[in-house]
Design a protein around this ligand. Structure first.
Ligand code: FAD
Ligand code: MG
Length: 319
């Protein structure tokens, strides 16, 4: 059994990206970070040029042909944006750019500004042509934003890169999107131990430890990207029906799933549904498991066949 780990980190996509291997392998490390950078270059909306930015720049003018990989991700984002009761909306870009949460100039916009930008966030106003991989935003000012799905997609691509390079035990962490590969060499049962951060903890304390085997663990929450004004907290997941940050009883949702793409999509959707409706959704979807951290300091676990959870924080309780 291998028992020493090698962690490599870089700041990419505005977050800390880490890769943990159990044998040093500089070639693989280089390939992984190079892959992430290439995908960030295509998918980012935080720079002037990328494939996604070329779609946004042509809004109201003409369709733009993108690469097959970018088109497939956009197709997935489109599909989940049209799901009934889904708070997920990849046409949310104009609101993200207006509020600027987590960026210089973050602000509470006026109700009029929010109203005006909301008119530009209808995913039905997006046309996709699978034959040519063309994407057309029909109204000027529309912008797509893949921030709630792209890290999941990228983590799954990294997993394939690792497997192609004969790495079968590793952890990929793209700032909250954790993907475990194979069985942990540090545990006799092969389980990985993933820490769940305590929301708003100043010392990086943990709520608990999640144990999984060959699974993705993705958390969406209100405690990483937010600002406070007049005692009100404004975080980065928007309610596409109001244009304001989603407001409910949850501090975070963690989804345990096979792929990081599903985890990224559903951590956002389940957050938006709130704990009760999300619980009902999960009863019908046993392939997804979830940990809900509530503002009243309780934790709810759903579909516990796929993971184990050990509470470590004394601030929270398991009912
Ligand atoms: P999630 O809950 O998965 O997603 C929240 C994000 O999705 C929001 O930040 C917003 O972008 C978007 N969103 C908000 N509401 C909705 C909604 N209702 N439906 C769908 N999407 C919504 N950050 C930087 O600070 N600098 C960078 O240069 C930078 N570059 C990036 C490049 C790429 C390719 C990606 C994928 C992300 C980048 N980010 C950057 C981070 C990004 O802005 C978000 O903070 C991050 O993707 C949010 O991930 P999450 O898992 O915390 O939250
Ligand atoms: Mg997400």
């Amino acid at each position: 059994m291998l028992n020493s780990s090698h962690e490599y980190t870089q700041v990419l996509m505005g977050t800390t990206v880490s890769l943990t291997l159990y044998e040093p392998n500089e070639t693989v490390v280089h390939r992984v970070f190079h892959t992430i950078k290439l995908l960030e270059d295509k998918l980012t909306v935080n720079r002037r040029h990328s494939e996604v930015m070329s779609i946004n720049a042509a809004a109201g003018k003409h369709p733009v042909i993108v690469s097959r990989a970018v088109f497939s991700l956009i197709e997935q984002a489109y599909k989940v944006s049209l799901m009934p009761n889904s708070c997920f909306n990849f046409a949310i870009g104009p609101l993200v750019k207006l509020w600027k949460i987590g960026f210089q100039g973050q602000q509470v916009p006026s109700p009029q500004q929010i109203h005006d930008q909301l008119l530009l966030t209808d995913p039905n106003e997006i046309e996709l042509d699978p034959k040519t991989c063309a994407v057309f935003l029909k109204k000027k000012g529309m912008e797509i934003d893949l921030g709630a799905i792209a890290k999941g997609y990228i983590a799954d691509v990294v997993k394939v890169v690792l497997q192609q390079n004969n790495i079968h035990q590793a952890i990929i962490n793209l700032g909250g999107n954790v993907l475990t590969l194979g069985k942990s060499p540090l545990d006799k049962n092969g389980n990985w131990q993933i820490g769940l951060k305590e929301p708003f903890s100043l010392n990086n304390e943990l709520v608990g430890i999640i144990q999984v085997n060959d699974k993705s663990v993705v958390t969406s929450g209100i405690y990483e990207r937010y600002f406070t004004l007049n005692n009100h907290r404004y975080h980065h997941i928007f309610d596409p029906s109001t244009g304001y940050p989603l407001d409910n009883e949850l501090e975070s949702v963690t989804v345990i799933s096979d792929t990081s793409l599903e985890g990224d999509i559903f951590s956002t959707i389940l957050y938006g549904l709130g704990v009760k409706k999300a619980g009902n959704y999960l009863i019908e979807h046993p392939n997804l498991s979830a940990i809900f951290v509530l503002k009243n300091k309780t934790i709810e676990l759903v579909n516990t066949d796929n993971f184990a959870f050990q509470l470590v924080s004394q601030q929270y309780v398991l009912p």
